[in-house]
Design a protein around this ligand. Structure first.
Ligand code: PGD
Length: 837
């Protein structure tokens, strides 16, 4: 099966070394002429991460935005704010930071974020970008150009901003990229050692099986009711519908989480609340108990795993003298001994599906929790059965929703690396004799660094770090081009990040809105929202359920343009060859959309006449303005993850060195890391409740928000539904609030050694004592002293790697202090436009 999410994410994260074939090299059949024109009054179907939408347009404006189909009883509030997404906080024209415009060679970098912006013409902005990019490459080398540009961008296979940027930087001579992602930085590195695949983006055992065969469902560190409001491509909404079915079923649900999440409440789940970052200890306690009770599936361990005995020695303290038993675990995680034992036995005695989220691996030593979870599940021996085992993607992009048989559309790719010389494009893929280039390619591959080390890399050029068994030396970055992401909000320890963003000479950002990242740039290009341009997408990253036309709904706001148009026009400055290489000889967005559609059409035609969902021609599809819906196959309704491996572990060996689940990894042992050993290990996090102080008594959790997608939608009126005195809400236990003299609705200063923010307090029984939550994604809004007036959580988080193995981010590790803010409240400026001359 083609896992499209992997394909898309992989193609999006292709760094400089991209040799993927280009789609649609055949002559264009002028699909750009198919347009029916903009509907001034009527309805348009489009898609966003938050689902397929039906927009009502009146006099050229969006007046209503609702789901195209009603699948669940739950409302998804993200679906109703399209109008705000078109008209609020927009960047309407190209801008250049004043000091940069005055002297790009000495651009007063320290004034980034403070300087005024000057409006320039589109042509002037393009010429400036091309000139300075060329200058940087000539003076400092290709490795000084960073195009890693991480972010969730908008839905749409054509206007995939990050890949479009990579394509532009490739055809003009190459760039340095970044590897991995913020979502699953630790797990996607450790899981291949353990089960031979990244696991986090794999299809899960089908919901149909769970509903039929599971007796218990455990939701461990996840809030699917929140995170299933969105998906990487577009949401098919079926995941939430299955959680509704779970509620109606007899299956018992247990939620293990420091917060009684919306999901836990909805499912009437039993709530177990371990201290943050201590799940590994809790799991080890359970494992010890099962061993002591002889409730161990030794047959499973024998046939399907390797290294259990070494792990058992560790549990028994054979090397370090510390027995990791129930008592030990309870002391660390705060869950009482009786509950730990009960949990372990319940899981062993009943078909139990453990659905784990990713928050627990976004923590110090984040490689350990999922490794330990697989180990615990190996002891239970239910992996590969119809109602048991574990799944790492039920909370994400509708994992477990059966995969449909249909066509999979194509998408833009990162193109070929070329060298630009006097307006001529020369593909490096075809010029292996060019020694310099080959050497450069080698260098660039080794310079691509883990995405969450960006600030460290900017601040420490030339520093060598360990990563996943290799050494990486940071490049000396002098030019950043960012699209489709909001790093000033998404990256940890904002104050350090701000320092890092003052290092390069040039920062260019293509953005729709005046985000904190756009405000920190030197050159800002105004981009259309997905409602102002044509595109195409699929829905359901695992289900492959719909092909959705994303027709332009309204005219572009002022001078905003598609990323494709901006990059095509930039290529034009480099010369005709470069332009042709970028646009495949002048193709327009609509031509490419048609090409991508036709890839799916061809697949479907190959199924033959009997296939139950024939696809119309592109022209018909586009004119009809309706998604195509594919049906799930019988195999996918019955899909059981790992069942083939369980059936025959020799014939269907896993991709690990032993072909088995590796509880002990000799490969990792050989790396000899002090912070990631050869088997799951309990490491004390750098900051946790175990070392909390009087000044910093709270562990801060920075969950994904239920009324935003990361930072997206923060500037819309949806914000009014959750802010407290206009600030980001902080969830706090009622006993803690009483102890600290804080009341519901108060504004507090939340601080630590890294920074300070304001937040509005929401007192609750649904969070354990000693823990507070501020969701990530609130727009960074510093006053002159660096206090974030709105409440961006990452001002307080730590910018350290999970370990030398994965170098993932650790945004859920960190202590904070809290005090009532008694001064007059500063005005929020995060959503207004910056000073413009
Ligand atoms: P978004 O808010 O989605 O966040 O970080 P990410 O940067 O992805 O930003 C996307 C940006 O792209 C928006 O500003 C949007 O306007 C812009 N955009 C949308 N469409 C287009 C387009 O067509 N063209 C251009 N040029 N721009 C466009 C998310 C990241 O945050 C992720 S994935 C995770 S998992 C992390 N999670 C946490 C966490 O749990 N806790 C903390 N503290 N921090 C995190 N940060 C990470």
């Amino acid at each position: 099966m083609l896992d499209r999410r992997n394909f898309l994410k992989a193609s999006a994260s292709l760094s400089a070394l991209s040799f993927m074939p280009t789609f649609g090299m055949t002559k264009s059949i002028e699909a750009s002429k198919v347009s029916l024109g903009i509907v001034k009054n009527g309805e348009i179907v489009t898609a966003a991460h938050w689902g397929i939408l039906k927009l009502t347009i009146k006099d050229g404006k969006v007046i209503k935005s609702e789901p195209w189909e009603k699948i669940t009883k739950m409302d998804n509030p993200l679906q109703h704010y399209t109008s705000d997404l078109i008209y609020k906080s927009r960047i309407k024209y190209p801008y250049v930071r004043k000091s940069y415009l005055e002297n790009p060679d000495d651009p007063k970098r320290e004034l980034r974020g403070k300087d005024e912006f000057v409006r320039v013409s589109y042509k002037e902005a393009l010429n400036l970008i091309a000139k300075e990019l060329k200058k940087t490459r000539e003076q400092k080398g290709i490795s000084s150009v960073f195009g890693g540009s991480y972010g969730w961008k908008s839905s749409g296979n054509m206007q995939n901003s990050r890949t479009l940027l990579h394509r532009f930087l490739n055809v003009t001579g190459g760039f340095v990229g970044a590897s991995g992602d913020y979502s699953t930085g630790a797990s996607q590195i450790i899981m291949p050692y353990v089960v031979g695949s990244i696991e986090v983006y794999e299809q899960q055992t089908s919901w149909e099986n769970i509903l039929k065969y599971s007796k218990y469902v455990v939701i461990w560190g996840a809030d699917p009711l929140t995170t299933l409001r969105i998906a990487w491509t577009s949401n098919d909404q079926r995941g939430l519908a299955y959680f509704e079915k779970l509620r109606e079923s007899k299956i018992k649900v247990i939620c293990i989480d420091p917060i009684r999440t919306d999901t836990a409440k909805f499912l009437n789940a039993k709530w177990i609340s371990p201290r943050p970052n201590t799940d590994v200890a809790l799991m080890m306690g359970m494992a010890s108990h099962l061993i002591s009770k002889n409730k161990v599936n030794y047959m499973f361990l024998e046939n399907y795993t390797t290294g259990f005995n070494q792990f058992k020695d560790y549990l028994e303290g054979k090397n370090d003298g510390i027995k990791k038993d129930v008592k030990w675990a309870s002391k660390i995680c705060g869950v009482n001994e009786k509950t730990i034992k009960e949990l372990a036995e319940t899981f062993y005695d009943n078909p139990t599906m453990i659905m784990s989220g990713w928050g627990m691996q976004r923590a110090h030593h984040g490689e350990q929790p999922h490794w330990m979870l697989v180990t615990l599940c190996s002891i239970l021996g239910q992996i590969g059965t119809k109602g048991g085992g574990f799944g790492l993607s039920y909370h994400y992009s509708n994992g477990g929703v059966p995969t449909c048989k249909g066509g999979v559309i194509g998408g833009i790719n990162a193109g070929e690396i070329g060298i630009w010389k006097n307006g001529k494009f020369k593909s490096l893929a075809k010029s292996k004799e060019d020694l310099n280039s080959a050497e450069w390619l080698q260098n660039t591959a080794s310079l691509s660094f883990p995405v969450a080390r960006i600030a460290d890399a900017l601040l420490n050029p030339g520093k060598t770090i360990d990563h996943n068994g290799a050494k990486i030396t940071y490049p000396d970055i002098d030019f950043i081009y960012w699209v489709g992401g909001n790093p000033l909000v998404h990256h940890q320890d904002t104050n350090t990040n701000v320092k890092a963003w003052k290092k390069p000479r040039t920062i260019v950002v293509n953005e729709i809105y005046w985000t904190p990242t756009a405000k920190m740039a030197d050159i800002v290009m105004p981009v259309t929202s997905s409602y102002e341009r044509d595109d195409i997408t699929m829905s359901g990253d695992y289900s492959n359920m719909h092909i959705v036309p994303m027709k332009q709904a309204v005219l572009p706001v002022e001078e905003s343009k598609d990323d494709y148009e901006i990059f095509s026009d930039l290529c034009r400055i480099y010369g005709k060859d470069v332009f042709n290489a970028y646009t495949q000889n002048g193709k327009k967005a609509k031509d490419l959309i048609k090409d991508y559609y036709n890839i799916a059409l061809k697949q479907v035609k190959n199924y033959g006449e009997a296939f139950n969902t024939p696809m119309p021609s592109f022209e018909e599809f586009w004119a009809k303005n309706e998604p195509i819906v594919f049906e799930p196959t019988n195999e996918s309704l019955e899909y059981v993850r790992f069942s083939e491996f369980i059936e025959d572990p020799i014939l269907n060996a896993l991709g690990t060195p032993s072909g088995l689940i590796e509880i002990y990894s000799k490969t990792i042992e050989n790396y000899n890391y002090d912070d990631c050993k050869a088997h799951p290990t309990w490491f004390e996090p750098i900051e946790w409740l175990g070392n909390a102080t009087k000044k910093m008594p709270f562990h801060l959790i920075t969950s994904h928000p239920s009324k935003r997608l990361h930072s997206q939608l923060c500037h819309t009126d949806l914000r009014k539904k959750y802010t407290i005195q206009e600030r980001e809400p902080l969830l706090m236990n009622f006993k803690d609030a009483k102890k600290f003299g804080i009341k519901n609705g108060d504004v507090v200063r939340v601080f630590n050694q890294r920074g300070e923010i304001l937040a509005g307090v929401l007192v609750s029984k649904d969070i354990m004592q000693g823990v507070v939550r501020i969701c990530e994604g609130g727009w960074y809004d510093p006053d002159e002293n660096g206090l974030c007036k709105y409440g961006s959580a990452n001002v307080l988080t730590l910018d350290l790697p999970t370990s030398k193995l994965a170098n993932g981010n650790i945004s859920h590790t960190g202590l904070v202090g809290i005090e009532k803010f008694n001064k007059s409240l500063p005005e929020i400026t995060a959503f207004s436009i910056p000073k413009i001359v």
